[in-house]
Write a protein that binds this ligand. Structure first.
Ligand code: AMP
Ligand code: MG
Length: 404
């Protein structure tokens, strides 16, 4: 049995470098940059108005007040998207502008519409009630991003905000790490697919749909394969078929110590090598990691919560690193405990928790057995409680989060 960090490191150390591929920007959300990106443009690309109002020369309005407004001659209009170059602004002139309108030459401030009125009887003269400061209400060329400066580093996952930045700088394509194809096998003669009739002793498979959704959320291309009965030949064939079409194979069930726990033996039979088996965590101890023809086996325990937790702690990071992502840790937040969490055992316990609406603190989301799905469905985080530790009510604890 090895420690979690050791297991995580051994897996990441085995993975090949990410394989770059070029995708259209519309396909790039959630992908991982495989090269640094620099902006081809200044952002903003030109000085422009931050308001609907009037572009002015601030020196013309130095003496404007509420009591003594000053008039300027309205000589033109610049809509957002049109060139400012046909407007020549002189002393005493102003120009109608809108948010995003390019600033005409000669103007150094924009006065918002609300601080002006047209002169009574003369719409071509605008009265200004305030003296603007130079540069007021102007968004300057390059103040956000300078041409040639960095807008994304290798290994960063492209979120919606970065996608907008890349689009604004004119990137139509980006180079990202290829996504791994991940096959999902559920082993167990008791398992049936939802939608079919259950006979005595049978249960519905809940792991494949759960794991495939977790995998998709971190960028994998999931391939859900049929349920595998607990028979040596069927297990070996299912593994061979899965490896034929995937970069990683994630199995659930059949990795414990029972006589029907066939995954490890049949993986070895096929020619795979096991790197490690058993990790010192709860839930999820019987986890196996191995390699076969430069592809990887992640053998998860069958109990659904154990499968969920081992996926989050050991498979998710591998899927992200496969794509080249640098930081593969789960998101964390610090939260106050609304109740005491105790771990009497000798393995770290990843306790399912959720926010308690009344106190705003964190509580266990229900019974913590490794087959209880209601407490998993209600959980929005996990707290890692060390062996023999007590985290007391009121204490701040680190809560681990996941994507879906
Ligand atoms: P195993 O790891 O194969 O010994 O399975 C441990 C427990 O998890 C048993 O009660 C199984 O019936 C259950 N189990 C295994 N695979 C699944 C699955 N895909 N969906 C739901 N329960 C499962
Ligand atoms: Mg089983």
């Amino acid at each position: 049995m090895i420690e979690l960090e050791e297991a995580q490191k051994r897996i990441l150390d085995r993975l090949p470098p990410a394989r770059p591929e070029v995708v259209a920007l519309e396909e790039a959300a959630g992908r991982v940059l495989s090269e640094p990106l620099v902006s081809g443009l200044d952002l903003p690309g030109f000085d422009n108005s931050a308001m609907d109002g009037f572009a002015v020369r601030s020196s013309d309005l130095a003496l404007a007040t509420l009591q003594k407004p000053l008039p300027l001659r309205l000589i033109g209009k610049i809509r957002a998207g049109t060139s400012p170059h046909d407007v020549q602004v002189g002393t005493g002139d102003c120009v109608r502008v809108f948010t995003g309108s390019a600033l005409p030459d000669g103007c150094d401030a924009v006065v918002m519409q609300e601080e002006t009125v047209p002169s009574p009887g003369d719409a071509k003269n605008i009265l200004f009630y305030v003296a603007p400061k130079a540069k007021e209400n102007i968004r300057f060329r390059g103040e956000d991003v300078k041409v040639g400066s960095n807008i994304g580093v290798t290994g960063v996952r492209i979120g919606a905000g970065r996608l907008a930045l890349l689009a604004a700088s004119g990137a139509a394509k980006v180079s990202v790490g290829a996504r791994p194809k991940v096959a999902f096998l559920a082993t167990g003669s008791e398992l049936r697919a939802p939608g079919t009739k259950l006979e005595a002793g049978q249960i519905y498979d809940s792991n494949r749909v759960m794991l495939a959704s977790l995998a998709a959320a971190c960028g994998a291309i999931p391939k859900v394969l049929p349920v595998v009965p607990d028979e040596a030949g069927a297990t070996r064939k299912a593994l061979a078929d899965a490896f034929a079409e995937a970069d990683m194979v994630v199995t659930s069930g059949g990795v414990s110590v029972g006589e029907l726990d066939l995954v490890k033996a049949q993986f070895a039979e096929l020619g795979g090598t096991t790197d490690f088996w058993k990790v010192s965590i709860r839930p999820g101890r019987p986890f196996v990691f191995g390699e076969y023809q430069n592809k990887f086996l992640f053998g998860l325990p069958g109990n659904p919560v154990s499968a969920f937790v081992t996926f989050l702690l050991l498979v998710r990071s591998a899927i992200l690193r496969w794509q080249g992502q640098t930081n593969v840790s789960l998101l964390e937040s610090s939260e106050k405990l609304a109740e005491t969490l105790t771990n009497k055992g000798d393995r770290r316990h990843f306790v399912r928790v959720r926010r308690d609406e009344k106190s705003g603190g964190i509580k266990a989301s229900g019974t913590q057995a490794s087959h209880t799905l209601s407490s998993l469905a209600n959980a929005d985080g996990l707290v890692d409680v060390p062996p023999k530790a007590v985290f007391t009510q009121g204490q701040i604890a680190k809560v681990l989060r996941w994507e879906v």
